[in-house]
Design a binder for this molecule. Structure first.
Ligand SMILES: Nc1nc2c(ncn2[C@@H]2O[C@H](COP(=O)(O)OP(=O)(O)O)[C@@H](O)[C@H]2O)c(=O)[nH]1
Ligand SMILES: [Mg+2]
Length: 417
């Protein structure tokens, strides 16, 4: 499903600025600039762009007739073979624009999914992207819409061959896709089940979990590496990280936590992708604390923060304690008020870890206690609170290896051995 990058394909970007949608989801010079970065990440060469101002996109062709002609001229002048829309298009819109321009048309959603496909390394990651792609393409698979055949044929969104399948082939394709969706869903539910089990186990063991969240390219993996020598791939590229990485992090108060680096967010993230990556994204909602890394050198710093906060809300993680830090301070012109760090030089990270300790909910501690037999009530209380890792009966009492919260810790502290 990957794009060919040996010969970068010339592309022109387009979108409709409505002025009525919320600003973050509208097509603006900023979102076009981001789309250009996405296109370049996928291997395209961006030649130009065009934004039409109109209250709503045109139903059948997305752009108005005049603008479509202008787009066509812009493509001719630049020798472009591909146009990329900043919004998600319907199958009909793709078909009509393709017919009007006689060029290939892709949209922001399929572009993002393509990049995810390029970045996916593990089996789980690959399956999740494939699932999102199939669900996106199934309703768009029609006689003249060639998108899916490119995907299924391995051509990819950029650099793929243009061909239209026949009706019979389409029927086979549809059946094939539905079956594949079922198979993948089944496989993923097993993976997700074991991930959930592991997460529950960590909660039970009282391991503090810190999830790094943030906009794509904010420096999450770089920070993870700085803090733990994790060796996570960091790249000046959108969506370099798709699969969660877990590492031990030693906190300044002497305790250990588990730190999780995971996939980043971006505005207008395709909903099929959110759905398919739900379990990965939910690593954030399962954590005790969120460490939100924002890129202070980005001109869109506060818009990006809002996108992340909105997505966290969508994932049901907005009630978590969250520590927002401003990264890439070595590049930023201005110092934002708050914790400023550089994941590259380490500046500010000590202060960040102190702050992290302060926002952590009360931690559980693992202790070994010897409770005399005449203190059965304490043993009962401990059993109600947690399952012991180990228990044995000695002639002096019950020996338990167990994790306790602060309240129980003070009760059993006299019996710690
Ligand atoms: N100058 C500078 N560059 C950084 C800093 N943190 C990350 N980067 C760069 O930003 C790019 C994206 O970093 P990465 O950790 O992959 O971002 P992620 O997508 O949030 O995981 C890489 O080129 C990093 O080298 C920083 O504090 N200062
Ligand atoms: Mg990363």
């Amino acid at each position: 499903m990957h794009l060919t990058t040996n010969d970068s394909e010339k592309a022109v970007l387009f979108g409709v600025h409505t002025g009525s949608r919320d600003y973050i989801n509208d097509c603006t010079p900023e979102s076009i600039e981001e789309l250009a970065r996405l296109a370049e990440t996928a291997g395209a060469q961006v030649m130009g762009s065009l934004i039409q101002n109109r209250p709503v996109p045109e139903g059948s062709t997305y752009l108005g007739e005049g603008k479509l002609k202008e787009l066509s001229r812009l493509c001719d002048a630049n020798d472009a073979g591909l146009v990329i829309c900043d919004d998600e298009l319907t199958g009909t819109q793709v078909k009509n624009i393709e017919n009007a321009l006689n060029l290939r048309v892709i949209d922001r959603s399929s572009l993002i999914m393509d990049i995810f496909a390029q970045s996916a390394k593990t089996k789980e990651g690959k399956l999740q992207v494939e699932l999102a792609q199939l669900k996106y393409f199934l309703p768009r698979l029609t006689g003249s819409f060639t998108g899916m055949s490119r995907q299924a044929g391995g051509g990819g969104g950029i650099g793929g061959a243009r061909r239209g399948p026949g009706e019979k082939k389409l029927e086979t394709d549809r059946r094939h896709i539905r079956n594949r969706i079922m198979t993948i869903t089944k496989q993923l539910s097993q993976v997700h089940h074991s991930r959930n089990t592991q997460r529950k186990l960590r909660v039970k063991q009282g391991i503090t979990q810190v999830a790094i969240v943030g906009y794509t390219n904010a420096g999450k993996s770089t920070l993870m590496n700085y803090l733990t020598n994790a060796g996570v791939l960091t790249e000046d590229k959108l969506f370099a990280t798709l699969d969660p990485t877990y590492k031990k992090l030693s906190l300044p108060d002497g305790s250990d936590a588990l730190i999780i680096d995971t996939v980043g967010f971006i505005r207008k993230l395709p909903h099929h992708l959110i759905e398919a990556f739900k379990s990965t994204l939910e690593e954030a909602s399962g954590a005790d604390v969120l460490l939100h890394v924002a890129d202070a050198s980005s001109p869109y710093l506060y818009d990006n923060i809002k996108v992340v906060e909105d997505l966290l809300r969508q994932l049901g993680a907005s009630d978590k304690p969250i520590l927002t830090v401003f990264n890439k301070i070595d590049l930023a012109d201005k110092r934002p008020a708050g914790i400023a760090i550089s994941a590259k030089t380490g500046e500010g990270t000590a202060e960040m870890l102190d702050a992290l300790c302060r926002v952590l909910p009360e931690k559980r501690r693992r202790v070994t206690v010897l409770i005399p037999y005449d203190k059965g009530d304490i043993v009962d209380m401990l059993y109600k609170n947690a399952k012991p890792y180990k228990e044995s009966h000695t002639d002096k009492g019950v020996l338990l290896d167990i994790s306790v919260d602060g309240r129980l810790f003070s009760i059993v502290s006299d019996f710690i051995v």
